[in-house]
Design a protein around this ligand. Structure first.
Ligand code: G1P
Length: 291
């Protein structure tokens, strides 16, 4: 069984749900307490053993590329000012030289098209996809749990979470077929179904381990929901000849692509901060009293 070494992070989206904040700043770079949202997602991938990060970008996203590079003048200035703590932190967060690739999607044709754009860099091996809008938190991070599941069952593994019935049409929804190995077996999936057509309330929550055969299917995929090339539609085709399991994620997921999800993520990660968590809690309690 091939190890999962590479992760695709589709970051070309325009962030229209959080305008005007994203007018000239990529949504992935919005700070969630003391670091950009994308840092949490890259940290999750690293904790799962990912060695190479493939960012599928678009126009106005160069800040992401600069963020995952060393900043020579800044580092020299911090050194000169003897701010060694923060300098070490910046260096720890940085992926190894050559561990990041950036490919351009060029056209906003949907998530499936974005993932397909990474095909040459991924090559012929299974890989992970992490949707950077979703910050997912648990004692063992979500992708690490999925890699552990993948090592048991092979094939393809996607994360799912239950959502209220009235929200099913916002997501990809899986059609479950009982349980095996502590995972949900699947017999289908559908992208953004009408409420009455949804086969369950398990939404596809933004973490995937996929076999490279998905790329040929994506290449020939016709547009689906919303007129976009949908990853879900190609996964459904792949299911015909490759096993698919859904892993119910039991931790907490924050959708930073929406204003309230972003607020929730910001507060939660301030509270969870190793250095500033207690102060943040005191501040929030004080603010709540004044409401
Ligand atoms: C994408 C996927 C969908 C998934 C969702 C999770 O949709 O296509 O299957 O449930 O992410 O956020 P999007 O949010 O890009 O419309």
């Amino acid at each position: 069984m091939k190890k999962i070494r590479k992760a695709v992070l589709p970051v070309a989206g325009l962030g229209t749900r959080v305008l005007p904040a994203t007018k000239c700043l990529p949504k992935e770079m919005l700070p969630v307490f003391d670091r950009p949202a994308i840092q949490y997602v890259v940290d999750e991938a690293r904790a799962a053993g990912i060695e190479h990060f493939i960012f599928v970008t678009g126009r106005n996203k160069t800040a992401i590329e600069d963020y995952f590079d060393s900043a020579y003048e800044l580092e020299k200035t911090l050194e000169y000012k003897n701010k060694i703590g923060v300098l070490d932190q910046l260096r720890d967060l940085l992926p190894d030289p050559g561990a990041c690739s950036f490919v351009r999607q060029q056209l906003p044709k949907g998530l499936g098209h974005a993932v397909w754009c990474a095909r040459d860099v991924v090559g012929d091996e299974p890989f992970a996809v992490l949707l950077p809008d979703m910050i997912m938190r648990d004692d063992v991070p979500c992708l690490a749990q999925m890699v552990e599941a993948y090592e048991r069952v092979g094939g393809n593994v996607i994360s799912v979470e239950e959502v209220p019935q009235e929200d099913v049409s916002k997501y990809g929804i899986v059609d479950p077929d009982g349980e095996q190995h502590g995972l949900i077996k699947m017999k289908g999936m559908v992208e953004k179904p009408a409420r009455e057509d949804a086969p369950s309330n398990y939404m596809i929550s933004g973490r995937y381990i996929l076999q490279p055969e998905i790329f040929d299917l994506l290449e020939n995929q016709t547009p689906g929901a919303g007129g976009e090339i949908q990853l879900t539609d190609s996964m459904l085709s792949l299911m015909g000849n490759s096993s698919f399991f859904a892993m119910p994620f039991k931790g907490k997921t924050y959708d930073t692509g929406s204003k309230l999800g972003y607020l929730e993520a910001f507060v939660a990660l301030a509270l969870a901060h190793s250095e500033h968590g207690d102060e943040s809690r005191d501040l929030l309690k004080k603010m709540m009293k004044d409401l």
